[in-house]
Ligand binder design. Sequence first.
Ligand code: GAP
Length: 516
Amino acid sequence: MSKQDDSFKKLVSHCKEYGFIFQSSEIYDGLAAVYDYGPYGVELKNNIKQYWWESMVKMHENIVGIDAAIFMHPKTWKASGHIDAFNDPMIDNKDSKKRYRADQLVEEYVEKKVLKKANKEIEKARKRFGDDFDEEQYKTTNPRVMGYLEKAQTITTRLNTSLTNEDLEDVKALIEELEIACPESGSRNWTEVRQFNLMFNTQLGTIAGEAGKLYLRPETAQGIFVNFLNVQKTTRQKIPFGIAQIGKAFRNEIVARQFIFRMREFEQMEMQFFIRPGEQQKWYTYWKEARMKWHLAIHPTEKLRYHDHEKLAHYADAALDIEFQFPFGFRELEGIHSRTAFDLGSHQELSGKKLQYFDPELGESYVPYVLETSIGCDRMFLATMANALMEETVPDADGKDSTRIVLKVHPALAPVKCAVLPLLKNKEELTTKAREVFNNLKFAFNCQYDEKDAIGRRYRRQDAIGTPYCVTVDFDTLEDNTVTVRDRDTLEQVRIPISEVEAMVSGKVSMKNLLN
Ligand code: GAP
């Protein structure tokens, strides 16, 4: 097992063991790609949502929020293009009966069979040349590396062209030419490539047949578009302004893997920013930078990067991803899309209702253009866990080296901010005092009282769920009203009056630290 596979496996089992995430309906052997958030998971997820909401809505006078319904009139999805174009190309292996995304089979081939070889050569050269190594120069002069990179580019370009032209026969031909085999059966006995619509549907009880068909929304964005004028009129916003929303989305993903990275039911945090036509480049750059800054407050620079889209979605004239280095490689975490007037224009046409804005400065009406930022809350959760979870060697109570598992999540996002621990469980004077401290602090932030097990084990439990501070009540507390406060990251312990604990913890766990 590779180091990356191992760290990912540890992350998944940590999420279960410490009550962050459970497989949905586990007692029935689970439902693939659907997950439930446990007691610490829901706290962390709520904090991520709060961080996003406050940075968007609270920090911008010209962004307001809504909470639209999951079900929408079915014509919504006709206008948005989802009924006709929200497809993935799928292919089945006739021997294993397994279904794959045809484009992903090709992309994996490029990554594992071509780029990996190029990277191997580059790493070998890096070792050989040491500090003098110039990676860019090597990539453009070494014939073997150039050959691999060229091959990767040729395959990727052909795939993108075939997908853009809806030439599924060529996608199949590409899979055959590259001799891609089914990972399960090892055979190359493939069906044709077909389009598969990703929307789940259900039936309205009162209307039979096609007319009563309802869809579970595959993105939250459309709830914003159809409410554009309601919000603009009631809040008297002037363009440019944004509407933000957090909510569930559903996609019948063909290949749902990698834990909560790709789910069939997930949550999105989306913001549509309505702008004047022609100003999309300016706002694209603005939101690209603003969103990266938001991520950098939580994650290190080297784990984040931009990726410009080569193949654009049906609604976009420019798009990029902010990618995060997950344990299984760099993958999309958030999308920034310049959606033009596509959505509002389509809704205006199909509904027959004007969705225009009168611009008092220009003295004219127009259908606004839209700049969208869209991030999966669950993906952000996974990125946060992956970045924060680590194993460390630290001195134990006797000064000997021991290993601890610690979740070094930003204090503002931590599920529990502070744990109050009486030194001993069976000393009533200590437990009474500790309860008193806990009962005061619980009004200020999420706090936990824990008296079970030895103090060292309780510290380790709090480390594993990412609690920034542990407050210990001991016999001195009864004398002088002071407590020991232990810092999760530095392990430093300071003695302070009980009356100062709230201010100390509040200062560290405040959302303000992230929003500044
Ligand atoms: N409104 C635009 C939109 O939905 P998208 O790139 O399809 O764009 C936006 O999705 C974000 O939603 C992604 O960057 C990802 O974080 C998240 N996302 C998409 N599909 C997902 C899935 N199946 N499971 C979890 N998160 C998903």
